[in-house]
Design a protein around this ligand. Structure first.
Ligand code: G4F
Length: 271
């Protein structure tokens, strides 16, 4: 393990010179959409300009490293078409999404300007038991486990009508790797092609432990965002065709595996 910082160009140059990697996967960002409204400047510095620093370090050192940028479906924002593809125009709705848009285009720009092998994975929401507890899926599954165990009484939520295209993170990481094994860099939507509301996630998650979600969930406007992305659904056809990649885990399976993992984690902690 090495330490670097996307806000510090010198640290990136030193690290890359030392490691001389064949492949660079940039998953680094201030990645919380709601928090980006509170810290737009920091979000821009790390999530946007940080990518320029990283690409420039690779370029200046003359490394032949292939580069992956974690682009986001949040860039589609106020969606212009349904489902979203690699050709759908962007309309970002948060400082985070605006920063990701810069990162997307600077990645394309190094490919077009210098012939670098750079790729954007436009990943729709990808979840797993390792998801941070500030994101909605894990917030729900940790609360379900705690409520079932009698450790928590209520779960306070924001906009539960928002719809997302939720896939399993483990499978999406394989898509990232596949992009860097291609002869040329390119941009790909990685999604399931299905959309579900936060409300549906709540229903399934509580149902998994035999509880009725409506008895435990309350709405707190403090979790609403100044501008919301209401409806995301991706079309992963290009990835299916060019990368031979397709999502395997269905929405209900994903909810169950996350709830089961949090129930087990809590039981292990309590022993
Ligand atoms: O889980 P979320 O916070 O994820 P969001 O905003 O869709 O972004 C995630 O996915 C993106 C890929 O599309 C990534 F680029 C990004 O870095 C991040 O990983 O919220 C999902 C939805 C939103 O509409 C939000 O308003 O859930 C809604 N929601 C309702 N109540 C809530 C809550 N979100 C959170 N975090 N907490 C709530 O209490």
């Amino acid at each position: 393990m090495h330490h670097g910082d996307l806000a510090d160009a010198g640290s990136l140059i030193r690290l890359l010179e030392k490691i001389r990697p064949d492949e660079v996967y940039n998953l680094g960002a201030q990645s919380d959409v709601r928090i980006s409204f509170d810290i737009p400047g920091y979000t821009a510095d790390v999530t946007a300009t940080g990518v320029a620093r990283l690409l420039e370090a690779i370029h200046q050192l003359g490394l032949p490293a292939r580069f992956y940028q974690a682009s986001s479906s949040e860039m589609f924002g106020k969606v212009r078409e349904v489902p979203q593809t690699e050709l759908t125009p962007f309309h970002p709705r948060s400082p985070y999404a605006v920063a990701k848009l810069y990162a997307y285009w600077i990645t394309v720009n190094y490919r077009e300007s210098y012939g670098c092998h750079t790729s954007n994975g436009i990943l729709f929401n990808h979840e797993s038991p390792r998801r941070g507890e500030n994101f909605v899926t894990r917030k729900i599954t940790t609360a379900v486990a705690r409520i079932k165990a009698g450790l928590q009484e209520k779960l306070f939520m924001g906009n539960i009508e928002a719809k997302r295209d939720w896939g399993y993170a483990k499978e999406y990481v394989e898509a990232m790797w596949l992009m860097l094994q291609q002869p040329h860099g390119d941009d790909y939507v990685i999604a399931t092609g299905e959309t579900h509301s936060v409300r549906e996630f709540l229903e399934l998650a509580f149902d998994r432990v035999g509880l009725d979600w409506q008895k435990y969930v309350e709405i707190d406007p403090k979790f609403y965002r100044p501008a919301e992305v209401e409806h995301l659904i991706g079309n992963p056809e290009k990835a299916r065709k060019n990368l031979n990649w397709s999502p395997q885990t269905k929405f209900a399976e994903l909810v169950c595996l996350m709830v089961d993992a949090d129930v087990k984690l809590l039981a292990d902690r309590c022993q």
